[in-house]
Design a binder for this molecule. Structure first.
Ligand code: HEM
Length: 262
């Protein structure tokens, strides 16, 4: 994690640019090919959301599967995994506005044709990770990442259940669940701090009083009460998951339905 933080700082330093904060990539320009430019050389600013998106993706790679996905070092250049991940998400979201998408998917045309390519890229990389984790798990035993812990703790699962496909789904699920949520929260937090210098000052004071000159350790995290309050307030003002819809699998209000299930 420390290495990742250093990488993030290096990426920013190397870019020779000042930091501008936007909560979405909407401030980015597009080049003639429609590709996003996350660096604005005129205003000497970078898209902070893009940097933290890489940071959270690389963090989850490390925590989740003990693998450096290495999107941060590529900054500000784009990265195949990052491109496919973002495009796949955008295309799945656009389906809401295109009820005819299943036909397009069937014939693999337009964005749905592109989607197939991106899913292939993502699954291929996730499969490499799964195979590597399995190999290490069998040769070196239990690792500390989520996937290794899952492999060692999955006693109720047979080898038939733990197929490569199942583990690839799990990897991608973790990335989807953990990346954008955290990146959005961090971007909004930074934005709010830039708007509230008094709070920023108090945050700095807390960091200095807890750490002094030493490096951060895991045990320090619970000592950052003020930072925790900033994080909670950021999520209250700008929830990363503003809506979470659920559908009842059966009619829970119908008593006869209960009696059938019990
Ligand atoms: C600001 C950060 C985050 C927010 C706001 C957030 C929010 C949520 C919410 C609202 C759910 C759905 C809960 C439910 O209704 O059952 C969820 C599920 C989940 N989250 Fe997070 N999350 C965050 C970060 C993370 C991170 C960092 C990880 C993992 C590295 C993660 C992994 C998961 C997983 C595995 C699920 C279950 C997904 C499923 O249903 O299959 N989340 N999260």
């Amino acid at each position: 994690m420390e290495t990742l933080l250093n990488k993030q700082i290096d990426a920013l330093n190397n870019s020779d640019l000042s930091l501008s904060c936007s909560s979405s990539s909407s401030s980015s320009n597009s080049d003639v090919n429609g590709h996003q430019n996350y660096v604005n050389f005129e205003t000497k600013s970078i898209d902070f959301f893009n940097v933290v998106n890489r940071f959270t993706l690389d963090s989850i790679g490390e925590i989740g599967f003990g693998t450096d996905l290495d999107t941060l070092t590529a900054f500000p250049e784009n990265h195949p995994f990052l491109i496919s991940f973002d495009r796949a998400q955008v295309i799945s979201m656009l389906r809401i506005f295109e009820p005819e998408w299943p036909f397009k998917r069937f014939f693999r045309v337009g964005a749905e044709g592109e989607f197939v390519h991106h899913i292939k890229v993502l699954r291929a990389r996730a499969l490499e990770i799964v195979k590597e984790r399995r190999r290490q798990f069998h040769s070196q035993g239990k690792g500390r990442d989520f996937l290794s812990l899952f492999l060692s703790g999955a006693k109720d699962f047979t080898d038939k259940d733990l197929t490569d496909d199942f583990l690839v789904d799990m990897c991608l699920n973790f990335i989807i669940a953990g990346r954008d949520t955290t990146a959005c929260a961090l971007s909004w937090m930074m934005y709010e701090l830039t708007q509230n210098p008094r709070v920023l000052q108090k945050a700095r004071e807390e960091i200095n009083s807890v750490l002094g000159d030493r490096e951060l350790s895991f045990d320090d995290l619970s000592k950052f009460k003020y930072l925790r309050a900033i994080q909670d307030e950021t999520l209250r003002l700008h929830p990363s998951v503003p809506r979470d819809s659920r559908t009842a699998a059966w009619n829970a209000l119908d008593l006869s339905a209960w009696s059938k299930r019990c």
